[in-house]
Ligand binder design. Structure first.
Ligand SMILES: Cc1ncc(COP(=O)(O)O)c(C=O)c1O
Length: 458
């Protein structure tokens, strides 16, 4: 007996039919059988920055489908390499290295900032990477189990990562687990300063001073780490000021507290590999990636300082965590970004789009704030630039109208309070990093036309 390929059971066209043929009745009926709600469009194909739905309509997708397909949909190099791997080996148990796993770890470690050189990868995504980061922090500071996170933050939808995230009051219908282990501090949201400051010139980082007081004197337990999105994404697209991060890093180092970054959405999208490359000299102790890093396949990554003690086999493992296909896809992703010089394109297209949006801001006073960098663009819509009352309905209407016109924009997460306040007024422009100048012009044309339509509904 020796190793040989199994016989095929199905013909090519039979298998292709399964994945390309569908009736309207099948689409309608599936809603009754699904535990989760679905959007209206059923996408059947995607190439470059465009998606096609089952009616044949094409869309320029400025969400990159949950900010993930940064090198385009059905990237041909990923498709080729993954299908070659598919023919060779599709699954191994967690502890086994494979050629793509070894190559991916070396490649990623060659671009990580500072001494962030120890890597663990999972096949589930960001929440799993963040939970691994917390476990690693607790292994390295065994007497401390309390963590601080930020208002408006989002770190996942598992029972533990929901605790770390903002509470979606009135949206989710249960309490997550581990609430006694997490406290929140205010995010430095300068457009709506939590300390009431109106200008950067008069700001003395009062929000950070408050956070330090809370941590030093108000903690219910010994503090292990502070988890932060350095550029907050779902909660409103808010980059923290560099001086805030520098001061926070100094505080965590002085107090032997781990600084853990969640860079799920920003890796490559900001026009730099890591936020540390953008915020000069701010390097966390542990950072977490997901979304784009898998080249379109599921992946989450936890990266730690090389002097930290790693996991034992029981502390970090999952059935699918060593999936060779995702490592191939991730490896192609990292090399593709480099070879196509996509970080440069991201900065150029991002600057162009942002400058065009700033011109529109002079014309439409509902555009309250425009935030970047790179193709991590958020447009905060307000009813009045003085009161800054969030224009939630305008934002939804604009997104709906733009979708009708063939451009998909993203929506910020619903930041809600028990007193009935709701912020869902940040429109996100986060297309694949491969967009061209013509795509950018098209995005701006549709944005303005949809904005005018949406203002008419007001
Ligand atoms: C900033 C951030 N962190 C964590 C996550 C959770 O990632 P996942 O959904 O892969 O668990 C997300 C997902 O949207 C995210 O945007």
């Amino acid at each position: 007996m020796k190793m040989e390929q199994q016989e095929r059971l199905f013909k090519d066209d039979e298998l292709i039919k399964w994945i390309t043929d569908i009736t309207d009745a099948e689409i309608a009926e599936v809603h009754k059988k699904s535990l989760v709600p679905f959007y209206d469009q059923l996408f059947v194909e995607g190439h470059g920055s465009y998606l096609k739905d089952s009616t044949g309509k094409e869309y320029l997708d400025c969400t990159s489908q949950a900010w993930t397909c940064n090198i385009g949909f059905a990237n041909p190099d990923v498709a080729f390499a993954v299908s070659e791997q598919l023919k060779r080996l599709t699954h191994v148990r967690y502890g086994f290295p494979t050629i793509p796993r070894v190559k991916f770890i070396h490649k990623l470690a060659s671009i990580t900032p500072g001494n962030l050189k120890k890597i663990a990868v999972n096949a589930m995504g960001g929440g799993a990477a963040i939970e691994a980061a917390l476990r690693l922090a607790m292994i390295n500071k065994p007497d401390a189990e309390h963590f601080y996170t930020f208002t408006r933050g989002y770190h996942g939808s598992s029972l533990a990562t929901m605790t770390l995230s903002t509470r979606f009051a009135g949206v989710t219908r249960f309490r997550p687990w581990g609430l006694d282990r997490v406290s929140k501090i205010p995010f430095p949201y300068c457009y709506r300063c939590p300390m009431g400051q109106e200008s950067e010139k008069t700001c003395h980082l009062e929000c950070l001073e408050l956070a330090k007081q809370m941590i030093e004197y108000g903690s219910v337990d010994k503090v292990c780490g502070i988890l932060m999105e350095p550029l907050q994404a779902p909660g409103g697209h808010i980059p923290a000021p560099e001086r805030y991060l520098k001061e926070l890093q100094h505080f965590t180092r002085e107090n032997d507290i781990f600084l853990i970054f969640d860079e799920s959405q920003v890796f490559t999208r900001i026009g730099y590999w890591f936020s540390s490359d953008y915020y000069d000299g701010v390097v966390p102790d542990i950072t977490c990636l997901t979304k784009a890093v898998g080249g379109g396949l599921p992946m989450g990554v936890t990266i730690a300082r090389d002097d930290l003690t790693g996991f034992n086999a029981a502390e970090e493992h999952t059935t699918f965590g060593a999936n060779p296909l995702m490592f191939v896809s991730g490896l192609v992703f990292l090399n593709y970004i480099e070879k196509a010089d996509l970080l440069k394109n991201t900065r150029e297209q991002g600057d162009y789009l942002t400058s065009k949006l700033k011109q529109l801001q002079k014309k439409y006073d509902v555009i309250g704030d425009i935030r970047c960098p790179g193709l991590f663009i958020g447009v905060e819509l307000v009813k009045d630039p003085e009161t800054k009352e969030p224009a939630n309905a305008l934002c939804s209407d604009l997104i709906e109208e733009a979708t009708n016109q063939g451009v998909i924009f993203g929506h910020s997460a619903p930041i809600s309070s028990d007193t009935g306040k709701l912020f869902r007024n940040v429109l996100k422009i986060k297309p694949p990093l491969i967009i061209t100048h013509e795509d950018s012009d098209h995005i701006i044309t549709v944005f303005e036309s949809a904005l005018e339509e949406a203002i008419d509904y007001m």
